[in-house]
Design a protein around this ligand. Sequence first.
Ligand code: ARG
Ligand code: ZN
Length: 852
Amino acid sequence: RVVRRGDYAPPAWLVPDLALHFTLDPARTIVRATLKVERNGAHDLPLLLDGDGLELLALRVDGAAVDPVFAGEQLSIALAGDAHEIETEVALAPERNTQLMGLYASGGLLCTQCEAEGFRRITWFPDRPDILTRYRVRLEADKARYPILLSNGDPVASGDLAGGRHFAEWHDPFPKPSYLFALVAGDLVANRTGFVTRSGREVSLAIWVRAPDLAKTDHALHALETAMRWDEQVYGREYDLDVFNIVAVDDFNFGAMENKGLNIFNSRYILADPDTATDYDYDAVAAVVAHEYFHNWSGNRVTCRDWFQLSLKEGFTVLRDQQFSADQGSPAVKRIEDVRSLRAAQFPEDAGPLAHPVRPDEYQEISNFYTATIYNKGAEVIRMMHTMLGAERFRQGADLYFDRHDGTAATVEDFVRAMEDASGADLAQFRLWYSQAGTPRVQALLSHEPGDGRARLSLRQSVPPTPGQPVKQPMALPLRIKLFGAETAAPLAAEQLVELRDETAEIVFEGVSERPVLSINRGFSAPVIVDANRPAADLAFLSAHDDDPFARYEAIQQLMLDTLVLGVTQGRADHGAVIAAVRATLRDRALDAAFIAEAVLLPSESFIGDQMAMVDPEAIHRVREALRRDLAQSLAADWRAAYEGAHANRFEYSPAAKGARRLRTVSLGYVMASGAPDAPEIAFAQFEAADNMTDRQGALTALVNSDADCREAALDIFYHRYSDNALVLDKWFSTQALATRDGTLDRVIELAQHRDFTLANPNRARALVGAFSVNQRAFHTAGGGGYAFVADQLIALDKLNPQTAAKLVPALGRWRRFDAERAQAMRGALERILAVPGISRDMFEQVSKSLE
Ligand code: ARG
Ligand code: ZN
């Protein structure tokens, strides 16, 4: 099955109202649905309902029983009049639902996940996002086992029933697509607070968890209030119901879900306390809470017409959560982190067999399109509009978009048009960002003629071919550019925003009397790869003098990358420039610790690999370790000083304290890399004395990556200390799976047999298999054992949870970039997966495209 964007047709029948009645039971839940349907336009098409894995018990049209007629997977109902009432009754088995789509059981709860196509696993329904329906829901369940019964919207009634059962009724006044339906039943407690919206609506906020987790919900609740206020102030968006509920569940396929008024979260994005969550986890909790809340407007009030428009809500909402996080701490460090993850996840996707446009043209299984391209590149595309239009006109465009499309299912085109109409900008060429896949490359060459005081910057862009798109047109690229004088270190002119539109362009700068140094794509204004071929001296200069913090970070990272790539390709080991730049950065008192920590970290092994046509994982590891050791030893006293200087007396979650801990962990890594005899003791002492998980896991990671005698002891202590905390055990697994030392493959194979390992829990599966598959050196261990291991796990996981399995395929899909022996073994692993009888649609699409 291939679904094509061009085949979109409006629905033949609408469903303005739906009543759902659940008799909840983990073994056998009965769902009765009453759909009011209305003919949409003049036609004589039947009503088509989607269903997946449902046991149909009854079907009635206008009160009369009818025999079901199936058209493929759909139920087809011929109707004579323009308005009818359809009733269905189905049975489901939530406790046997290992896919975690539809209604399922998790840790004693019953909960749902419907996006993208899970609602059809609950009841027969036209399960497409352009059907907007008012829901009335009645839940009935055993009161002792499921004392709390939640659904979307506002609670309207509840009470006791015979036989120890009870009920609750919920009405959602906002018509919504079926993917936003949710229910939760369970023994839950709430952390509550009130929120008064700008226009005076009193909203009761609650985060629901199991009783032992209640103490870990303050951070998430605080983040929710902060996000609600921020959306009022920055986007003028207010909340619109009397209650806002969040529930944390342990078994969840991804991060979280924005169901109207009832967000459901992977518990890893809710639960946080200093002993169990790192600063990274705290930040992620706040970002995901904000993200899901922001969907209430960008996603729920204005939803998507079809799933090809997914980035309409996801790209925009990611941008909004990035802007929110930037406003809570250091915008520069946030930008560095966002670009780092774009380069780690999205650039490789754009360069590989699964490359697709931000608005795809076709899919086999929509679950496979919840990608870094849709989310993160989608956010970059909207960020570029923000850059080109400016904050004020961008806000006017967003207002117009929300006004025009409130209560409807919209398209990417609607969004761009609102931006154009509000600002007067012409975004015709810019739209190519939505249709052309692949990361554009920009070559930049700066020349200077001292005589006439002129500098010329020539730019040339190209967009690489991607599957199904052999030829590309030039894109509209906003590049923030500035020149600095090499002698004075002063800016030679104000920053310019250059919009490159043609394949080539030349920009002339006048009055350039000293040799200019080019700072380009400042702030990462366009998500492109810039080849500026700047010599090491210029990069070192920029790393010290650029006035854009992101550009400073870029300069030092590019210097490191150039050094590492030369080391791998030509065996050169000239580390002087990197050492000098790192020394200067470490000693610069004007810089904050968080920035320093990001800047002095070497590019990851896989990012180094991404720069090369042919990846040699062992050589990359060797060359990177050599530079790390050299940096560690040459700057030994600086690392010690940075380590000691970043010591805090008591845990505090603030930007300054986070930055200090980050620098402490990074410095500890270098202290360890120096090979100093006392280094393991320092790490072990930090590991034991830590009053927070950031310091403890930082020390554990340093030990696990080393050959220190105490590494196994530290792992044991960590395991026993946290053996009853699933989220921390995930760290125990992933820290070992990510270890860059020898023997990781064997350890990972062993860990897959550990009594705490299970593929049934997505977090655990990702912690071991997912983490291992991005550990470039270990995954590509000579002999192909890493590929075979991952293939075995994916084959087993596909039988339980196809969505989660399919997400882990891309590591194997990088085979073109490796030597013949590895490539063949990787292909062999993919072919073995493809040959398994009963392979899921999710896996089939990912694996077959990866082999093409
Ligand atoms: N809409 C959710 C979010 O990003 C994620 C849903 C993911 N669904 C999926 N089938 N992968 O906030
Ligand atoms: Zn989202």
